[in-house]
Design a protein around this ligand. Structure first.
Ligand code: UDP
Ligand code: UDP
Length: 478
């Protein structure tokens, strides 16, 4: 291959592509962006810079950015001070989710703050939540703009189709029914992200604007792989759900690269505890980085884990933003009856950050009770740990269906999510956990998903080739 020029002053096919990555907010978006940054920088010798908006919403994000800089100084950071373009969220969107409010702040700041960062860039890769504002800024400067979709290919298909679905409904019609995504399959109304049922929700407005903008991008990257979502990837390639969709690059599952490191606040020493447990004996339970279960549901989950008879590692969260999560573990799980004492040794419960990817790769872990945030699903796929899916909000039911269809695990579709009254009972939880833990066929299928994921990202695999093709286009300036 041609030698790479280290400087930006030698354009042409041999030049090192200069790629600017622009994530939105929350670990669910930052984590795949840093994985992409390292894959492009270390794996494909691109000159990569990551735009970071400071201060971050959560402290996990700021620790993650620091860990990235320490481990991969070649990925340059371009810090953007959001105070330069303030907006008064509390009056416009009272009570809105702080991460969605941050998307909105970034969307309003982008024209002012992003343009100066694009001088000399070969390409901009913007987060899906910022697509409709980033594309015009890049276009104005003649910089190709790609959109990185951090969730499943199936969710991307729904997103690309959703504006057409709304338009076809006609004036005066409200509510969102089952959505039959052309070329993919029907997403039942009950699996459509809660917010999308309300046209005025801050998330819905962004979702629809970004969905309409996809056709204006130079290409779409998605952290998914063909073998896991064959219908959606094929439909995206063929533009089945919307005319004029640009090229789609399925580049997942992107591999973990940085750890947040010890924080001092870490409780319970989960690594040593895991090392002491037998192979495939532990149920790992986590609902992601940014949502807390209701207190009554936490109580049922505690009782369910106690009753299931298996060892467990449970990460409990008490707040949407980690900085607000100051309470004691006992109070959080309503432990006035000695639950923690009774499960001592068999169960480890923590409020702290755990290195989830490391946990999933640990031989002691046999099952992942997961909310099915897409990063969690990709990490389960690339470690071969079966999932018991318990989606809670947003795209998670769509992802749970993907996981179950692919053979990565089991989804109990009747289990409630946010906005539904029913509490899933301890008895039900214990029964399902025990059933899946005891099912050898589920474990075998999950292992075959791991094999498919490994093939996709290996040299010559579908995802490896897609990323190389994306880099080739950046080098050629398209
Ligand atoms: N994560 C982690 N430790 C935790 C909680 C979360 O490492 O204690 C990571 C997890 O591995 C994933 C990301 O944070 O990479 C969360 O993204 P996901 O899409 O799974 O869910 P979200 O938090 O966005 O709902
Ligand atoms: N999303 C989107 N458009 C937006 C914002 C988000 O398509 O304007 C997608 C996002 O990639 C994911 C889903 O909608 O598929 C839920 O978004 P959220 O930011 O809540 O992801 P989470 O933090 O839960 O992973």
């Amino acid at each position: 291959s041609p030698p790479n020029s280290a400087s930006g002053d030698c354009p042409g096919p041999a030049a090192t592509p200069r790629i600017v990555l622009f994530p939105s907010a929350g670990m669910g978006h930052l984590v795949p962006f840093t994985r992409l940054a390292v894959a492009l920088s270390a794996g494909h010798r691109c000159d990569v810079s990551l735009v970071t908006a400071l201060p971050t919403v959560s402290s996990a994000e700021s620790r993650h950015i620091a860990a990235l800089s320490a481990a991969f100084p070649a990925v340059r950071r371009t810090d953007m001070d959001l105070r330069l373009a303030p907006f008064d969220a509390s009056s416009e969107f009272p009570g809105a989710d702080p991460f969605y409010v941050r998307y909105e702040a970034l969307r309003r700041s982008a024209p002012l703050l992003l343009a100066p960062l694009l001088a000399g860039a070969s390409a901009l890769v913007a987060d899906i939540a910022l697509a409709s504002v980033a594309i015009p800024v890049a276009r104005e400067l003649h910089v190709p703009c790609y959109v990185f979709f951090t969730a499943s290919a199936t969710m991307l298909s729904l997103k690309a189709y959703f504006p057409a679905y709304l338009d076809a409904r006609g004036a005066g019609q409200h509510g969102v029914g089952d959505v039959d995504v052309p070329g993919v399959y029907c997403i039942p109304s009950s699996s459509v992200p809660q917010a999308l049922h309300d046209p005025d929700d801050i998330f819905t407005r962004q979702f629809v604007a970004n969905g309409r903008a996809l056709v204006a991008a130079n290409g779409l990257l998605v952290n998914a792989f063909e073998a896991m979502e064959p219908e959606a990837v094929a439909a995206l390639h063929g533009g089945a759900m919307v005319a004029g969709l640009p090229p789609v690059f399925a580049v997942g599952p992107l591999m973990p690269v940085v750890k947040l490191g010890e924080t001092g606040e870490e409780q319970g020493n989960y690594r040593a505890w895991l090392d002491a447990q037998p192979t495939r004996s532990v149920v790992y339970v986590s609902f992601g980085s940014r949502k807390a279960l209701a207190r009554d549901q936490i109580k049922e989950l505690a009782a369910g884990l106690e009753a299931c008879g298996h060892r467990f590692l449970w990460v409990v969260k008490g707040a949407v933003v980690d900085r607000d999560d100051a309470g004691e573990l006992n109070d959080l799980i309503g432990d006035d009856e000695g639950f923690l004492q009774r499960v001592q040794g068999r169960g480890l419960v923590t409020k702290s950050w755990v290195e989830q990817d490391e946990v999933l790769r640990h031989p002691a872990v046999g099952l992942f009770v997961s909310h099915c945030g897409w990063n969690s699903v990709t990490e389960a796929a690339s470690s071969g740990v079966p999932v018991l899916a318990w989606p809670r909000f947003a795209d998670q039911r769509v992802n749970a269906r993907v996981a179950a269809r692919a053979g990565l695990g089991v989804w109990v579709e009747r289990w409630s999510w946010e906005g539904e009254e029913a509490v899933v009972t301890a008895e039900d939880i214990a029964e399902q956990v025990a059933a899946v833990m005891g099912d050898e066929a589920v474990a075998e299928k999950a292992a075959s998903v791991l094999e498919a994921a490994a093939r996709a990202v290996a040299d010559g695999g579908t995802s490896h080739r897609s990323l190389a093709e994306f880099v080739r286009r950046c080098r050629g300036g398209t």
